[in-house]
Design a protein around this ligand. Structure first.
Ligand code: NAD
Length: 499
């Protein structure tokens, strides 16, 4: 009999109002049923929003350093349970244990960063243009933040949103990806244990169309932070626009690694193996396009194929496994569809099939796949696949490579391998991405720097680092006039007062 899990609303673990549950199965071993999670409905979102709204006043008036101290304890508990949480995350998400440990570490880094930020929610004090007048800005919490997260970073992404939202004094309602409900359940247990007041954190499990949409439409949830696909983000954006909500969107990518002929080839090879096939290509920053300069194209592809062929596929909690499965049957179908498109548009030089045999038949495994002869502008070169499929594109010179890099609707991450320092700085200037790496793969963001993309990857906000604190708080400007008389800005300094 599988374990049955609950929602966390108003400080209590509660059953869903619907009485319905959904299965959470291991994507590497479909016969492994992890547990049953609430398939919640509108009423559960209403309850969670009500609890969060009621808790907001107490929490917003709690000094930020005190809020930070709770997040410090959360970080300590994550350190203690890092290995176990990572095991649970690998079991439901599929990526290998070393990677889910990294995922938890990102949560730990985010917790400790947030904890210190409790003493740094800076405003500004500036001189007034008038005598005996004080002028300053402070940061205020907004209210209830609705957080909707994807499957691919089951711990890190929820913490990227939740910790800064909480630190700023907001209460939250979170809905994790339905493929990875366990990891966030474990995280919320930690928040409860660390002493988060009742109602400040509320967890509602369920499907996007049933729970996510209600969160987005709820009138008592003025802030929405979403990470997921560009299609879902577009719908959410429309609703939030109509309802005048503050919205942060982190969406898709079609990230390129550019390799110049002067680059360190071994370094560039290791970079693309990790960037394209790590996390089975299911990172928003995954390397989906490899741009190779003519002179090195053939040799590079040969060596890359050799390296990718050797990657060991399997269950991520088993020793020696390097690449896990795709998240679910839908993802597998999507990858298979793109492989068919790839066969029309280019040449498949490696993989292209579902991976089977040797303990793989019960999971959603796909062979690391490489297409060459892909033309810039084609579907394989412009659409997000979100699987272990790499499109290789040739270029003649840096101008052409930069143009190809920018010829997609997304703008998350890019990478340039070269020994030319001038070209590196040109890349920072000219590549249309939120993040550009030199001599490192397209993946590898650090928690204390702003994270996000341009164009249709985002909507101008950033997660991580110092910038996210601006998203979860409003600027309030405060003036004190201690002159004891009416002073008129823009007037009294320039004209004699008529009063
Ligand atoms: P998804 O859009 O299918 O789902 C994301 C979340 O949104 C889930 O919790 C889902 O239940 C919910 N959802 C679905 N429909 C909804 C609706 N109508 N209203 C409200 N919520 C809804 O995405 P996914 O498959 O879980 O994740 C993969 C995508 O996420 C990829 O496109 C990837 O690039 C993107 N991603 C982006 C970043 C980033 O920071 N830019 C990071 C990770 C993943």
């Amino acid at each position: 009999m599988a374990d049955t899990f609950k929602n966390f609303i108003g400080g209590e673990w509660v059953e869903p109002s619907t009485g319905q549950y959904f299965e959470n199965r291991n994507p590497a071993r479909q016969s492994d049923l992890i547990g049953m999670w609430p398939r919640s409905g509108k009423e559960d979102v209403d309850r969670a929003a009500k609890a969060a709204k009621a808790a907001f006043d107490g929490w917003r008036l709690t000094p930020a350093p005190e809020r930070g101290a709770i997040l410090k304890t959360v970080g300590d508990l994550l350190v203690e349970r890092k290995d176990d949480i990572a095991r649970a995350a690998t079991r439901e998400m599929g990526k290998v244990w070393a990677e889910t440990k990294g995922d938890v570490q990102e949560g730990i880094d985010t917790a400790y960063y947030a904890a210190t930020y409790g003493r740094q929610l800076f405003g500004r004090t500036v001189p007034s243009e008038l005598r005996s007048k004080w002028a300053m800005s402070v940061r205020r919490p907004i209210g209830v933040a609705g957080l909707i997260t994807p499957f691919n970073f089951p711990l890190a992404i929820p913490t990227w949103k939740m910790f800064p939202a909480l630190l700023c004094g907001n209460s939250v309602v979170i809905k994790p990806g339905e493929d990875v409900p366990h990891t966030v359940s474990l995280l919320v247990e930690i928040l409860e244990e660390a002493g988060i007041p009742k109602g400040v954190v509320n967890l509602v499990h369920g499907y996007g169309a049933e729970v996510g949409e209600h969160i987005v439409r709820h009138p008592d949830i003025p802030v929405i932070s979403f990470t997921g696909s560009t299609e879902t983000g577009k719908t959410i954006g429309r609703t939030c626009g109509e309802m005048h909500k503050r919205l942060s969107l982190e969406m898709g990518g079609k990230n390129a690694q550019i390799v110049m002929a002067d680059a360190d080839m071994d370094l560039a090879l290791n970079g693309v193996l990790w960037g394209a096939f790590g996390t089975t290509g299911q990172r928003c920053t995954a390397t989906s396009r490899l741009l190779l300069q003519d002179e090195i194209h053939d040799e590079f592809v040969e060596r890359l194929s050799e390296g990718a062929r050797k990657l060991k596929l399997g269950y991520g909690n088993d020793d020696g496994v390097e690449v896990g499965p795709l998240i679910n049957a839908r993802a597998l179908e999507k990858v298979q569809k793109y492989v068919e498109i790839g066969k029309q548009e280019g040449t498949c030089v490696l993989g292209g099939e579902r991976a089977t045999g040797d303990g793989l038949d019960d999971g959603f495994f796909f062979q690391p796949t490489i297409f060459t002869d892909i033309q810039a502008g084609s579907r394989m070169a412009t659409e997000e696949i979100f699987g272990p499929v790499l499109s290789v594109i040739r270029f003649k010179d840096a101008d052409e490579a930069f143009r190809i890099n920018n010829e997609v609707k997304y703008g998350l991450s890019s990478s340039l391998y070269t020994r030319d320092v001038n070209l590196s700085f040109r890349a920072f200037q000219d590549l249309d991405n939120g993040i550009t790496y030199v001599n490192a793969p397209t993946i590898g963001a650090e928690a204390h720097l702003p994270f996000g993309g341009v164009k249709q990857t985002g909507n101008g906000h950033r997660e991580g680092g110092w910038e996210v604190y601006e998203f979860y708080s409003e600027t309030k400007v405060c003036y004190v006039d201690y002159s004891g008389k009416l002073q008129r800005a823009q007037i009294d300094n320039y004209e004699a007062s008529p009063y």
